[in-house]
Design a protein around this ligand. Structure first.
Ligand SMILES: *[C@@H]1O[C@H](CO)[C@@H](O)[C@H](O)[C@H]1NC(C)=O
Ligand SMILES: *[C@@H]1O[C@H](CO)[C@@H](O)[C@H](O)[C@H]1NC(C)=O
Ligand SMILES: *[C@@H]1O[C@H](CO)[C@@H](O)[C@H](O)[C@H]1NC(C)=O
Ligand SMILES: *[C@@H]1O[C@H](CO)[C@@H](O)[C@H](O)[C@H]1NC(C)=O
Ligand SMILES: *[C@@H]1O[C@H](CO)[C@@H](O)[C@H](O)[C@H]1NC(C)=O
Ligand SMILES: *[C@@H]1O[C@H](CO)[C@@H](O)[C@H](O)[C@H]1NC(C)=O
Ligand SMILES: *[C@@H]1O[C@H](CO)[C@@H](O)[C@H](O)[C@H]1NC(C)=O
Length: 917
């Protein structure tokens, strides 16, 4: 039963308890709260202490007849208004059982039975009410993991102090506990009963591979299986039972049952968490040897719920034989807290009813987390060792972090941040400026450096405390745009320049003393103020981006000039690019003999230089202003950009009526062709190869976004613009539409791009950001998974032409198989597939701010590659799918429009001059 769980590298939170390196079954985590060392119990479960948790205290207890080590200790927390969280590593898109148990044992010598809350992420899971000092309380929940970690938090002690004895995570596989409601509901476990049990001990691991606990029906507990009908008899068998699939109860549970010798089985029990809607199933198997004339037929009767009586059950008939499982039940039924039920034989039946097991789960509505969850998580990740950054869980729910206040919206927003005197260093995290509901920000008394960022994203900001730091640069004039700003404290920093006039009105409390070089503006010097503030913004950009290519190659630029347009860089560029002679190119291409592609502004020819280098020669045929403009853009950009995952630009040639660009030649054409172009009849590219192509392309884009100053937005990413070299390595091509971004985080310009790949937010707002490229890249990822084109009239069913919509529907249902390219023939690891599918969905979120950065995407693709490699190595007979005869028939460079139906979208082509905001 022992298996090694590959330790996936994407668990990043420092606070995470890295405990699952080895487990009995993949995905078992057993935390002994307050425990000391690792140990294996008699069931073979491996326990680890929760000693990495920064909070709480541990206590030892002693309870009569309880010898299990995990119940000798516990961890307890202060009874305050905070929450205390465990973060557990999980595999996203996988279902788990999480079990928390509580054995009070009078650990505090107070003999006051505690009452407190427990939550899963932002969702209130249960209120733990201790009623007996020596009885274990347990809560179980079944959930579908959506993130790489899950947090279990204790909070809000109504009585006593919150405490916990064990926390266990059990991973399900396949579609065990898949329900149609799982996107909105968890399943909490109200009853899981083994009828006819031969002892009081539950049946669990290793009989149940998922370590579910099948409670014995002979357990003595208040209001648990009372009102038992006379004539109820336990029976059992040793014969094997065919339970058919792993999500059913284990055989041992099915080998025992109760029968109603008088024709009746009746029970009453309390259902924790109910009344409410739930999922209820009985598990039945005929384990008595009935004579040929004997029959067993019965009905379920729920008093107070008439008409639920399903058709009569005949186990043998329903299960098609004896010793086989039949599982009647309800996917969604309304049940009371006190459940009475009855199985009653039908009049024609000779035998009384029989019941082997039963499981009842309640649908527990999931609470949406704070809208600011991901933004604040990225702030917190900047301070991995600070204690305030370790609180875990959702920033607002069910109770906020100690330094955060939230509003009471259903999906709360953060309204106040108080991090005064917390020893913060570095720049003010820009993510604070993305908290759209922020009213008060306290960052005073730290060691923050760098400029004051632009807070115009926080429209409601009223009070800001930045005093007593080391901030530099000017006071941004954008502060004057905040309509509600009442108090602003920036004293005792190293700010310089002039105070924006707009801040000097009497309705604003402004303290800027103690900044030696910060002065009140002279009347009329408004321009100077604005210049000062834009220096601040530029500095910030320079500092956050690793390398600065344009600055290496180009002339020094005036940093506080208004956004630099590509066209304004043109002259500098031409000096640095290689200039080919027209005759040289005519020779190389044998007078433009072999056409290998065509794009938005010209035809591409194959060529071979005298030194043997193969080249692609792109000849611009348009004399329009726009064509020249784009040509010039491309020359400018390409001459400055060198990256192994970007098609290399070798030089250009400017003739009277021809504009020519020369690139390295890419032997294997476009990614599009390999997925569904002319090369479709060749064996399809393997999943690992697709992942590598995705990674390489993403790295090329990452370089454009972060490796260049100003950063560059591609604007027209698609499978046609990802080219493959001899060795099938990917490079991104076609920067004709690229835009440079300076100073601001977005550029507004005419909407351009290709249908199917176009960021809908960009299309409506016309504001281009790097997240528009991320959207297009998400579409590419979906194409890699599915082998489907971005837009199709047939492939996606009725009313759906778009790969994004189609894939979303499937992925959100958990049905990833429905979109995987059949030509992969099952040769992939499902976890790596999920990882990419989920990332792709993140990339195509409607709102750009919700999308990941391309760097995050690169990271996830790398993770997926590691997963795939590990499992690929394990898979047998792994043959190299790429080995095949070479083909030189199709040689492509640049944007080649194979398909007339895919056209450029262009809003007002005549106003060709791009403008930046
Ligand atoms: C306990 O087990 C965990 C996970 O298997 C491991 O990381 C840790 O090093 C172990 N600790 C000790 C003290 O052996
Ligand atoms: C502990 O177990 C012993 C032996 O099984 C039993 O006699 C005793 O009553 C139990 N004590 C408690 C407090 O349950
Ligand atoms: C604790 O929870 C109870 C019930 O949910 C609620 O009424 C109370 O306000 C909470 N107390 C705190 C401090 O959050
Ligand atoms: C699920 O787990 C069971 C029990 O370990 C195993 O037999 C089965 O093969 C697994 N199924 C899948 C699809 O992984
Ligand atoms: C169950 O059925 C009720 C009533 O038909 C419905 O309101 C509810 O959404 C369903 N699902 C869940 C998980 O409660
Ligand atoms: C402040 O941070 C520095 C550097 O991170 C650290 O060395 C120092 O101990 C911290 N001081 C306090 C009071 O936390
Ligand atoms: C890629 O191109 C090289 C050189 O033309 C060729 O040998 C190889 O077979 C091609 N690979 C694929 C997958 O097309």
């Amino acid at each position: 039963m022992e298996a090694r769980l590959p330790l996936l590298s994407f668990f990043f939170s420092l606070f995470l308890l890295m405990v699952a390196t080895r487990a009995q079954m993949t995905g078992f985590v057993s935390l002994d709260c307050g425990g000391k060392g690792n140990y294996t119990d008699e069931l073979g479960l491996e326990w680890t202490p929760d000693d990495q948790l920064m909070y709480g205290q541990t206590a030892s207890i002693s309870v009569p007849n309880e010898t299990r080590k995990q119940y000798q200790t516990l961890r307890y927390f202060p009874a305050d208004n905070r929450k205390y969280c465990y973060e557990l590593p999980v595999i996203s898109r996988t279902r788990y059982l999480v079990r928390a148990t509580f054995l009070y044992g009078n650990f505090d010598n107070a003999n006051v039975y505690p009452k407190f809350d427990i939550s899963l992420g932002p969702t209130h899971w249960a209120t733990i009410v201790i009623s007996y000092a020596n009885t274990i309380e347990a809560q179980e929940l079944i959930f579908l993991a959506l993130d790489p970690t899950v947090s279990v938090c204790l909070s809000n002690a109504t009585t006593g102090q919150p405490f916990i004895s064990t926390l266990e995570l059990r991973q399900f596989n396949g579609s065990v506990y898949l329900t149609q409601y799982e996107s909105q509901f968890y399943l909490s476990v109200a009853a899981r009963i083994n009828f006819g049990a031969d002892s009081e001990a539950p049946v669990r691991y290793p009989d149940d591979p998922f370590d579910r606990m099948w409670e014995s029906d002979s357990l003595k507990r208040a209001n648990y299986l009372v009102d038992v009908a006379a004539g109820t008899e336990k029976i059992s068998t040793r014969k094997p039972i065919n339970v058919d699939s792993v999500d059913r109860p284990p055989q041992k549970v099915m080998q025992t049952a109760v029968v109603g010798r008088n024709g009746l089985l009746t029970y009453r029990l309390n259902l924790n968490g109910f009344p409410g809607f739930g999922r209820a199933f009985s598990y039945l198997a005929e384990i008595e040897d009935l004579g040929p004339s004997e029959t067993r037929k019965f009905r379920l009767v729920l008093p107070g719920i008439p008409d639920l009586s399903k058709p009569a059950v005949n186990i043998q008939e329903n299960a098609q034989g004896r010793y086989r499982l039949y599982q009647p039940g309800f996917d969604n039924i309304s049940l009371p807290f006190v459940l009475s039920f009855k199985f009653e034989k039908t009049s024609g039946s000779s035998m009384g009813p029989l019941l082997n097991a039963m499981e009842i789960n309640k649908y527990l509505k999931k609470t949406d987390g704070s809208l600011d969850g991901s933004v604040i998580a990225s702030v917190v990740s900047l301070y991995p060792s600070a204690d305030w950054a370790q609180e875990g869980g959702d920033p607002c729910l069910p109770v906020p972090w100690s330094w955060v206040q939230c509003n009471s919206d259903p999906q709360p927003k953060i309204v106040k941040i108080k991090l005064s005197g917390k020893n913060l260093t570095g720049y003010i995290p820009l993510d604070f400026t993305k908290l759209s509901g922020l009213v008060e920000l306290w960052l005073d008394g730290n060691s923050l450096t760098g400029p004051v960022p632009d807070f115009t994203g926080c429209r409601d900001l009223e009070i800001i405390h930045l005093e007593n730091n080391q901030l530099t640069g000017g006071l941004p004039s954008s502060m004057t745009d905040l309509p509600n700003l009442r108090e602003m404290y920036v004293q005792n920093n190293k700010l310089s320049g002039t105070v924006p006039l707009g801040l000097l009105n009497k309705n604003l409390v402004l303290n800027y003393a103690g900044n030696l070089n910060l002065h009140k503006a002279e009347r009329g010097s408004h321009n100077a103020i604005i210049a000062g503030s834009s220096v601040g913004a530029t500095l910030l950009l320079v500092a956050t981006i690793a390398s600065c290519l344009l600055m290496h190659n180009g002339k020094k630029k005036n940093p506080d000039r208004a956004p630099i347009l590509v066209s304004s860089l043109g002259d500098a560029a031409k000096e640095t690019t290689h200039c080919f002679k027209l005759s040289e190119l005519e020779d190389a291409t044998r007078n433009f003999e072999r056409e290998v592609g065509s794009g938005g502004f010209g035809v591409v020819y194959y060529g071979k230089l005298k030194d043997g280098r193969e080249i692609a020669v792109k000849v611009s045929t348009t004399n329009s202003f726009q064509g020249k403009q784009e040509f010039s853009n491309e020359v400018t950009l390409l001459s400055r950009i060198h990256h192994r995952n970007l098609v290399q630009f070798l030089g250009h040639c400017q003739d009277k009526d021809k504009s020519i660009l020369v690139y390295e030649f890419m032997h294997n054409g476009t990614l599009r062709e390999h997925l569904y172009g002319p090369r479709i009849h060749e064996p399809s590219i393997s999943w690992i190869k697709r992942l590598e192509i995705a990674k390489e392309a993403a790295k090329g884009i990452e370089y454009l976004h972060t490796g260049c100053i100003p950063s560059i937005i591609h604007r027209d990413l698609k499978t046609r613009n990802i080219l493959l070299d001899k060795n099938m390595h990917a490079k991104v091509s076609d920067f004709g539409l690229s835009k440079v971004v300076v100073g601001e985080s977005h550029v507004s310009s005419r909407v351009r791009g290709t249908v199917g790949y176009l960021d809908p937010e960009y299309y409506t707002s016309q504001q281009l950001t790097d997240k528009s490229d991320v959207y297009s890249f998400g579409v590419i990822l979906l194409e890699l998974i599915s082998g489907q084109e971005a837009i199709s009239d047939e492939s996606f069913g009725v009313n759906c032409r778009n790969i994004v919509q189609w894939a979303k529907q499937h992925i959100q249902k958990g049905d990833i198989q429905g979109i995987i390219d059949p030509s992969l023939r099952g040769k992939y690891d499902i976890q790596s597939m999920w990882k990419i599918a989920e990332k792709a969905l993140m990339c195509v979120q409607l709102r750009g701010v919700m999308r990941p950065s391309i760097s995050e995407v690169v990271k996830d693709i790398q993770d997926a590659i590691s997963i795939e490699r590990a499992s690929d190595a394990a898979r047998e007979g792994n043959s190299d799918e790429l080995t095949r005869n070479s083909s030189h028939s199709s040689l492509v460079i640049g944007s080649r429009d194979l398909d007339a139906s895919v056209h450029y979208l262009s809003v007002d082509e005549s106003t060709a001059q791009p403008t930046a905001r």
